[in-house]
Design a binder for this molecule. Structure first.
Ligand code: KG4
Ligand code: ZN
Length: 332
């Protein structure tokens, strides 16, 4: 099975080639234009996808040493994501599949984040729990099989990635701020400022309370000292990061207990966070869990994970036809 996969749900144009379940190439082109605007501008994202999709696909085929005529199927992100951005990947996948007379495989982006764990060893065994944390989602996913997943907890408002990015904006860091907070936090004291956890019952999350608390805290401190942010940037980042990680890991602990589970995985852009990676590892050792943390290249958006999800669907014969259209919101 020679599979081409395409990802275009947000601000990464990516293409990957997978042969019989083995990833041969994974080309990612990150759109830099959004930095200027402090967040992803949907229309600019669509135009940038349109510009890069052909070169990105060509490079993925070249690196994999595969001719397009050898492809057997094309997997693509159907949703969730920005509709205009998804349209580029979907239309491209449909046109290429039509011209090569090969089938299509529609992939749910959030399920693909989870399945990124099957690209390389160590691979978890089913069932397991996955904390999927990205710019648009925060989910606790009970993964029964590659094709059967259930969301047992999710955010009621902002995603944790948004909480990182919005905090970064408040302290004057460019978009996307998550990785910059991570970097600065390494030099700061995580216990310097106490922020509320804004805990809600059950397995769901809420990040709007903490976002407001950070805003008020910064406003108050700046009133007393206009240089407050500049002088304490690293400590602010470390304290915010610690609070966000605490919120996530408290729910993970609870969900693992409820499911009587011993295997925990993390996925999505925020799983690249070094604090989250090390704290989860620590908690796992303490609790006797097997902890699965993806390689950095499979955390943020990439077509390698779309190929992996597509491979599982192809094995099950789950193809779709040319009538398929993208979905900004997509259920599991
Ligand atoms: O999964 P992803 O690439 O795109 C979406 O599907 O949303 O996730 C992007 C999110 C952004 O909010 C970004 O700031 C965050 O992941 N992120 C991080 C780190 N790397 C990426 N957040 C905290 N620490 C990081 N190292
Ligand atoms: Zn994503």
């Amino acid at each position: 099975m020679h599979l081409l996969a395409i990802e275009s749900s947000c601000d990464e144009t990516s293409a990957a080639v997978m042969v019989n379940g083995e990833l041969r190439s994974n080309v990612i082109s990150t759109q830099l234009i959004h930095t200027h605007w402090g967040g992803v501008v949907p229309e600019l994202a669509s135009r940038a996808h349109q510009k890069s999709i052909i070169p990105v696909v060509q490079e993925a085929l070249q690196l994999a040493k595969i001719n397009k005529n050898d492809l057997n199927a094309i997997a693509f992100t159907r949703g969730p994501g920005l509709l205009g951005a998804l349209l580029i990947g979907t239309s491209f996948a449909k046109s290429l599949a039509l011209s090569l007379n090969i089938p299509l495989i529609e992939v749910n982006h959030m399920q693909a984040h989870v399945l990124a764990h099957f690209i390389e060893d160590p691979r978890p065994e089913f069932p397991f729990l996955c904390l999927t944390v990205s710019g648009g989602h925060t989910q606790l996913v009970w993964v029964k099989s590659a094709l059967e997943m259930e969301i047992i907890g999710e955010t009621m408002d902002d995603a944790v990635g948004e909480a990182f990015d919005k905090t970064a904006k408040l302290i004057g860091l460019p978009y996307p701020g998550g990785p910059l907070i991570d970097k600065l936090a390494k030099e700061g004291d995580p216990n310097k400022y106490k922020l509320p956890l804004g805990e809600i019952p059950g397995l769901n999350f809420s990040f709007s309370g903490i976002k407001t608390a950070i805003l008020y805290f910064l406003q108050k401190e700046q009133k007393a000292n206009p240089q407050f942010i500049e002088e304490n940037k690293a400590d602010i980042c470390a304290s915010v990061q610690k609070t966000l990680i605490d919120i996530l890991l408290r729910k993970v602990k609870r969900a693992m207990k409820e499911k009587n589970c011993q295997q925990i995985a993390i996925a999505g852009g925020v799983s690249a966070n070094s604090g989250l990676r090390s704290e989860l590892q620590k908690l796992g050792t303490e609790q006797g869990w097997n902890v699965f943390i993806p390689a950095f290249s499979y955390c943020t958006d990439n077509a390698g994970m779309i190929a992996m999800a597509g491979h599982f669907k192809a094995e099950a014969g789950l193809f779709c036809d040319q009538s398929v259209s993208p979905l900004a919101r997509m259920e599991f």
